[in-house]
Design a protein around this ligand. Sequence first.
Ligand code: MV4
Length: 446
Amino acid sequence: MFNKVLIANRGEIALRVIRACRELGVKTVAVYSEADRYSLHVRFADEAVCIGPPQSKESYLSVPRLIAAAEVTNADAIHPGYGFLSENASFAEICGTSGLTFIGPKPESIMSMGDKALAKDTMRKAGVPVIPGSDGVVFDFNEAKRIAGEIGYPVIIKATAGGGGRGMRIVREAAEFENAFRTASHEAEKAFSNPSVYIEKYLERPRHIEIQIMGDRHGNVVHFGERDCTIQRRHQKLVEESPSPAITQEIREAMGAAAVKGAKSVHYQGAGTIEFLLDKDKSFYFMEMNTRIQVEHPVTEEVVGIDLLKLQIEVAAGERLKKMKVKPEWHAMECRINAEDPMHDFRPSPGKIVSFHMPGGFGVRVDTHAYAGYEIPPYYDSLVAKLIVKAKTRDEVVDKMYHTLDEFIVEGIHTTIPFHKKLMKNEQFRSGDFDTKFVEQFNFKD
Ligand code: MV4
């Protein structure tokens, strides 16, 4: 096992990593920007190093400063958390050449899954179902238009360097294709310095379902079932749950097997997520792979009773995944409590938290770095807390979520709590029958 882990992150995930390290008997180093001097990760880690000014580019995204912090504190591994440098292949590579274990997959895995067309092709070759479309990227407009005609409209043009909803364009008829193709490519060049795009059939109103996996350094890969992340707004997840109310045990097993097959084909090591789109006819297709631990990992932890952070650190240290029986024992749901004003288009609402009281009780978990008096800085993401509840059925979870949201007091800033409370009372949400357009059409203000 490692002696000392440096956490190249902040907020709740930095605390989550510190707690896992404590249980493993591993020492921790926090890094922090000048805006995070009073953050809990700085207090709870064994050591803390200030790495620069508030702007991420000069602190949490600064590779030289992070490596220097690891060297002066004599850390032997770096945990990247999520966001920031967690899916940066060159950072993973530099950790390796600096004698530090990057707690995550090999740089080549990050690289190949970061290129979305290459990832799709890799999965297709491994026998994982993919959405019908072009074979990889298409450079030539005439060829692109021919392919679009072949697969049939509507189609979607996606930037290969995009992902997570960035750099996409839906085309509903042939007459719009030329303009859409050129604009998509131009925008991809501007946003990612890579104009390459690929084309696929556009699925109307799918659901987003993802499989949590873990790979060790000995070729073993296990999956921990699915999370349904269909409740999103502008590609930001708001609620995640497991088991998905939309799939049967048969689909669950097929999706899990496909995810494991895909991950094994690239000798995947570490925590990862395979995202699928579930079409209305219940066919599922590979969409993207995330090569990090995700925000919503606690949903799976609660459902199967396994500490994914500890497991992630153990496999990074070379431990073998044991034969485990992974079985969904609970239904769990997570609401993201963001410092945003849902009454005003979810605009950011940073500032001082004047009072803070979090809910508790059986089956209630709150992952947060916030406290009364804490000031949410304007520089980073708006996540204040993750409220995760579990119960034996979905109906009980939804009711429990409502009651715990009602007990959650955050004063001084606006949060997404009122949105979630309305959602928990919505009949369509409660029925479990909704798709990725649901939040857009959900008028929670009345
Ligand atoms: C799609 C799609 C429909 N058809 N691809 C959005 C995020 C990025 N990972 C891919 N996304 C989509 N890709 C095809 N061929 C619909 C979406 C999509 C979506 C997917 C998951 C969750 C929410 C979404 C909201 C809008 C669009």
